[in-house]
Design a protein around this ligand. Structure first.
Ligand code: AMP
Length: 374
């Protein structure tokens, strides 16, 4: 009988050599798969833990073709890769996450239109092409509003908050990079995310909702369980499941959302891959987002994720590394992950650590006491 899943020793090709690819590769290798990574940087975080690396640009068609020939299945670890280039290899190798999901999530305008068509609640927005559009349309949204480039934005790059009319000219400079989305400010109480997984048999599972705290638009901490009402938690999981179904997802998808004081949920963004806010799953759940992703893209059955213990995850950026290293001897219960990046830069994600705890407030107090993240 033919199997509908990939067997161990099959090769998984990974486009992108960052920390997400690294943790995907580690999960894949522990399941007996071989991995091969395509990234322009030699010795990338993923290459360090993969069987093979192809050093080439993400849009290098010849290199992508090589990856396709050598792989039984191909996955990507981030969404800013060349859609056209991916299309060219999709005929040769299975890319379960698919090029369509990529095209939607790498373009905010398409993503918003898609979310609307799925009937999920999003912040009111308009598409703007030139600065005069902002002057014309901002009153329909009110102040403050957020201007976001449609493409190539991450960790808050390519965004500007417009507090008053006097900010419009400066914000309008973002239009140099192409059409933008002008979005109403959501006075949220909490930011949360749900990692949802789906396989080719239509099985869908969600991970526990994570409460996310950002600093300078970069994820700082994830707190799980999120400190929200049970009904909001259930609704968030249902939204994520609905989206996974609509998208015919194969793999994992992160759904970022805002929650207001009244418990209203607004979907902010989708990421069609494992996500920083799901790193806590490595130690805190019975299965990690990375293992679930590998299972999903290989057509294996998914495991229903369960939280084993409440957790707090905190990112280790370049400016935190020395202090973490100096203090880690005092905290044997910290699960520390480093990504093998040679060059330490301010705000560069170098690693993360997770604390399992009975009470997330205790872990937050402990982290505050270290003064590392002040
Ligand atoms: P994004 O790149 O869309 O995830 O935005 C980065 C961060 O900016 C979010 O995590 C929020 O903290 C903030 N942000 C973005 N859009 C809005 C909005 N419409 N209302 C309030 N805060 C926002």
């Amino acid at each position: 009988m033919s199997k509908h899943y990939l067997l161990p020793n099959s090769t998984i090709g990974i486009i992108g050599g960052g920390q997400l690819g690294r943790m995907m590769s580690l999960a894949a290798k522990s399941m007996g798969f071989r991995t091969i990574v395509l990234d322009p940087t030699p010795d990338s975080p993923t290459a360090q833990v993969a069987d093979e690396q192809i050093i080439a640009a993400y849009d290098d068609k010849e290199a992508l073709n090589q990856l396709a020939i050598k792989s039984d299945v191909v996955t990507y670890e981030f969404e800013n890769i060349d859609y056209e280039a991916l299309l060219t290899i999709e005929k040769e190798v299975s890319i379960p996450q698919g090029s369509e999901l990529l095209s939607i999530t790498q373009d905010r305008i398409l993503e918003k239109a898609y979310l609307e068509s799925c009937n999920v609640n999003i912040a009111p927005y308009v598409v703007v092409v030139e600065p005069s559009d902002i002057y014309e349309k901002i009153n329909s949204l009110g102040y403050p509003a957020v201007l976001k480039t449609s493409r190539d934005g991450y960790d808050g790059k390519g965004q500007m908050i417009i507090h008053t009319e006097s900010d419009i000219d400066k914000a309008g400079e973002l239009l140099k990079y192409g059409s933008c989305v002008l979005e109403a400010w959501v006075p949220f109480d909490k930011e949360i995310s749900v990692i949802v997984a789906r396989n080719n048999r239509g099985q869908i599972e969600t991970f526990p909702v994570s409460e996310n705290i950002h600093r300078n638009n970069i994820l700082h901490q994830s707190i799980v369980p999120a400190r929200i009402e049970v009904e909001v938690e259930e609704e968030a999981a249902n939204i994520a499941k609905r989206l996974a179904g609509f998208l015919r997802l194969q793999g994992v998808l992160a759904v970022e959302m805002f929650v207001t004081n009244a418990g209203a949920i607004y979907v902010n963004e989708l990421a069609p891959r494992p996500h920083n806010s799901g790193h806590y799953t490595i130690e805190a759940c019975n299965i990690s987002q990375f293992t679930e992703h590998i299972r999903a893209i290989c057509g294996l059955p998914l495991l229903k994720p369960e939280l084993i213990k409440p957790a707090v995850m905190v990112n280790i950026l370049g400016q935190h590394v020395t202090d973490v290293n100096n203090q880690m001897g005092d905290y044997p219960h910290w699960f520390i992950h480093y990504y093998g990046k040679r060059e330490m830069k301010v705000n560069r994600k170098m690693g993360h650590l997770t604390i399992l705890t009975k009470d997330t407030n205790d872990a937050l107090t402990e982290l505050a006491k270290t003064k590392i993240w002040e």
